[in-house]
Design a binder for this molecule. Structure first.
Ligand SMILES: *Cc1c(COP(=O)(O)O)cnc(C)c1O
Length: 367
């Protein structure tokens, strides 16, 4: 039986091993493990890559979201709009800052926040919209920025699945006021451990974030604000720096894999395939199809060596952690339907044609 993992990190490592080891060795020799040159170099390179003036490396994507919300001055009693269909961390970042996530349903065809629903959720207390470019697909930034301008709201991008995506003049990470990235190992740009970053064009937000990640201090042993210890590790920065040079090529390869899946799976069973927008507008962190027979298809694929998975089985508003917010079943029908129907097929730049063919063949056998 052929084995097709969801993501093949080992294959990626083999392709860049020599450069990674050299870069890591340099940090180990210099012994500057916290902040300093490797982090500054990566921050500069990643800011440039995102078309942003500044990048602030932090400990994880969740911390990036949390610290971004805080840096923007959002506090207790403030409300922040969050899509109901995303990874839970989009909402956790808001909650950690003490603010209240207000969920909004998503669009069935894109799986992204439904812009028409945003305005209905806005109240006197709304301060920000978090937009998740879920699965790697860039959200409709023109509409979101227009709503934000009209209601004077901050736009925070959850870019954890969309490093390198762009559409027209917008680039993920510089389209909103703050861009929040995760470099969790399996992301399009992944570190050898937990890591994240915030991007922005605003020098004041940059200063806030640099203090927040470093015990609330911008002068050593002086702590005017409540800070945290959440810095991007130098070793991780050194690896990310090497990998950043390959990111565009890897995203291109993901796009090709998606095209091959979509060509081969058109018209199979009751599968709904992801719409493939123009190059750049989707960097296919995940290739997600939908079917009413999701659970049995998942069992069939898993038992045939295919690492298909579900992103995500429980919508955020139905998670135990948000029970007290009182969103009952049926609050967001599209998000709830997606949680029953979505299934992610193996997706990574290294996926071989034979593996794609095997996955397609197994899906056809199932139907
Ligand atoms: C991975 C992810 C996060 C959280 O990032 P971590 O680095 O795991 O904390 C946030 N939002 C989305 C959409 C993600 O996929």
């Amino acid at each position: 039986m052929m084995q097709v993992p969801l993501v093949d990190l080992a294959a990626q490592y083999r392709s860049i091993k020599a450069d990674v080891l050299k870069s890591v060795e340099e940090v180990l020799q210099a012994c500057g493990f916290v902040l300093g040159k490797p982090v500054e170099e990566f921050e500069e390179a990643f800011a440039r890559y995102c078309g942003a003036k500044y990048c602030i490396g932090v400990g994880s994507g969740t911390d990036a979201l949390h610290l971004a919300v805080r840096a923007a001055g959002i506090r207790e009693d403030d409300e922040v709009i969050v899509p109901a269909h995303t990874f839970v961390a989009t909402a956790l970042g808001v909650s950690h800052a003490g603010a209240r996530p207000v969920f909004v349903d998503v669009d069935y065809s894109t799986c992204l926040i439904d812009c028409a629903e945003i305005e209905r959720a806005i109240t006197e207390k709304t301060r920000a919209i978090t937009v998740a470019h879920l699965y790697g697909r860039m959200a409709d930034m023109d509409s979101i920025l227009e709503i934000a301008r009209h209601y004077k709201l901050v736009v925070i991008e959850d870019a954890a699945q969309a490093h390198g995506a762009w559409k027209k003049q917008h680039r993920v990470g510089s389209a909103g006021l703050l861009g929040c990235f995760s470099f969790y190992p399996g992301k399009n740009l992944g570190a050898p451990g937990d890591a994240g970053a915030v991007t922005t064009n605003d020098p004041e937000l940059r200063a806030n974030l640099e203090a927040l990640r470093n015990y609330g201090s911008s002068r050593k042993y002086h702590h005017p604000v409540l800070g945290f210890n959440s810095r991007l590790d130098s070793l991780h920065a050194a690896v990310l720096r090497v990998k950043l040079a390959h990111l565009d090529a890897w995203n291109e390869a993901r796009y090709s894999v998606a095209e091959k899946y979509s060509a081969a799976l058109a018209g199979v069973g009751d599968l709904e395939l992801p719409a493939i927008p123009e190059r750049g507008a989707h960097v296919f962190h995940l290739y997600v199809v939908r079917t009413r027979q999701r659970d049995s298809l998942l069992r069939h694929l898993n038992s045939n060596g295919i690492g298909a998975a579900i992103h995500y089985p429980v919508p955020v508003h139905r998670q135990g952690v948000y029970e007290s917010l009182g969103y009952g079943p049926g609050s967001f029908p599209v998000a709830e339907r997606l949680s029953q129907e979505v299934i992610s097929l193996p997706m990574c730049p290294e996926l071989k044609d034979a593996q794609i063919e095997y996955v397609v063949d197994q899906i056809k056998r199932f139907f």
